[in-house]
Design a protein around this ligand. Structure first.
Ligand code: SF4
Ligand code: SF4
Length: 427
């Protein structure tokens, strides 16, 4: 048998012990956003699992058709929540993508784009900052307005994607790396803040709000200097050698024994960080990775468990909550964010229909599968509109960007906030 490429392990493919748990009952089908869109079995969880099995048995070619159906999956894991057999679909689809990464040659443009994003950009904070400065100059120089106004973006087929582009911050969060922020009042916990990679140039205000809310509730917050990207985007794309390398950097940068918790405000990052034990299962650092993963807490989960003690003033606002897939389905956390939202005086929480169905963000899905992503977003905005909420509250930076684009495209008028930004407003 050929050995796995460097950084991959021999088991980076869907395994019999995992896919054989599927009993083909079909109970997951109507929970799957891509099946609901296209009504095609091959784009359903059951259909994808079957294709993984056939590829593993050598009865289906690992070719374009298989890759297309696996690429079109959001990795939202709604099927995992629905499955009565305990199929860990997220594990399966990420293994299938790792298998594709090793064995399938994508078209040149796709290879170049993937190589740039996953191998040349995300692992290097300085390169992210440099790219962000260029983008910021484009956004602020008037060039962006010119490109939009002259219809050039439409001509290039980039108009939709441009709306999804994050606004680059004036003051990057990178400047806070290595700092410690003291607890207000009596110290109740000492936590490390996991600051994200792209979030450090696009969600600096969210990270700072997270620190303020934690401090106000009695937490000393350390921002470890040497932390790296969590590896979620490469892991979801099957680029596991890079994800593992990033995990090793984070294991070296943050010692779990020094903290009560390692806190993240990004559901997508939290989900991957909590699964470091699985990612590193065949690595010498497995035990260390499992201990590290055991200390990871989403900020909603952490604050709801700790209990809010900071005095809050009223924020009169009618809000609706969008479950982030990697919080609700990946981490099984649904009640904690709702509890925090309800704890803000003056806030009225109105549930939307299908709150836990993916908004179409799904990492880079809105860039790679833009049409499907926009169709899902349109469905989401109908549900949002029905609530007559003034704000949409959610728990993941990627969802915030997607929902802001939804508000702009569908002119629904809501503000889009992270749960901790709502808490911060009440402080
Ligand atoms: S992860 Fe989401 S899109 Fe993919 S098969 Fe499951 S429910 Fe469908
Ligand atoms: S619900 Fe679970 S067991 Fe049933 S078809 Fe879907 S993945 Fe398979």
């Amino acid at each position: 048998m050929a050995s796995a490429p460097s950084g991959f392990t021999a088991v980076d493919k869907p395994e019999y012990s995992d896919y054989s748990r599927c009993v083909h009952c079909g109970l997951c089908l109507n929970h799957c956003p891509t099946y609901r869109l296209w009504q095609n079995e091959a784009d359903s969880p059951r259909g994808r699992i079957r294709q993984m099995q056939l590829v593993d048995e050598g009865r289906l070619e690992l070719g374009e058709a298989f890759v297309a159906h696996i690429d079109r999956c959001l990795d939202c894991r709604a099927c995992e929540t629905a499955c009565p057999s305990g199929v860990e679909y997220g594990k399966l689809v990420e293994a299938a993508r790792a298998q594709i990464e090793q064995q399938f040659r994508r078209p040149l443009v796709s290879r170049l784009a993937r190589d740039f994003v996953y191998r040349q950009l995300l692992p290097y904070p300085r390169r992210i900052a440099a790219a962000a400065r260029i983008l910021r100059a484009y956004q602020r120089s008037g060039l962006a307005a010119l490109a939009r106004g002259t219809g050039m973006l439409k001509l290039l087929g980039m108009a939709g994607r441009e709306r999804l582009m994050p606004q680059i911050d004036s003051n990057f969060f990178l400047s806070e790396l290595g700092k410690t922020f003291p607890a207000k009042g009596e110290r109740r916990a000492r936590v490390a803040l996991f600051a994200g990679c792209i979030a450090q140039v696009t969600f600096s205000r969210l990270n700072r709000a997270t620190i303020r809310v934690l401090q106000a509730n009695g937490c000393e917050v350390v921002v470890p200097a040497q932390q790296a990207c969590c590896g979620a985007l490469p892991a979801h794309a099957g680029v596991r050698d890079v994800a593992r390398e990033l995990a090793r950097k984070n294991l070296a940068a943050i010692s779990p024994n020094d903290f009560d918790a390692i806190v993240t405000n990004a559901a997508g990052c939290g989900s991957t960080l909590k699964e470091y034990g699985h990612l590193m299962h065949a690595d010498a650092a497995h035990d260390q990775a499992a201990r590290f993963a055991g200390k990871i807490r989403d900020v909603n989960e952490f604050l709801a468990d700790l209990g809010l003690v900071a005095p809050m003033r009223a924020v009169p606002l009618r809000v609706t909550y969008q479950d982030s897939c990697h919080l609700a389905h990946g981490q099984k956390i649904r009640e904690a964010p709702r509890r925090l939202i309800r704890s803000v005086p003056g806030v009225e929480l109105v549930e939307m229909q299908l709150a836990d169905q993916c908004c179409g963000s799904a990492g880079v899905y809105n860039v790679t599968e833009t049409k499907a992503s926009m169709d899902l977003l349109a469905l989401k905005m109908v549900c949002v509109r029905d609530t007559r909420a003034q704000a949409i509250v959610t728990a993941n930076p990627g969802c915030i960007l997607q929902l802001r684009a939804g508000v702009a495209i569908h002119r629904t008028g809501q503000e889009v906030l992270h749960v901790v930004e709502l808490l911060d407003r009440a402080l």
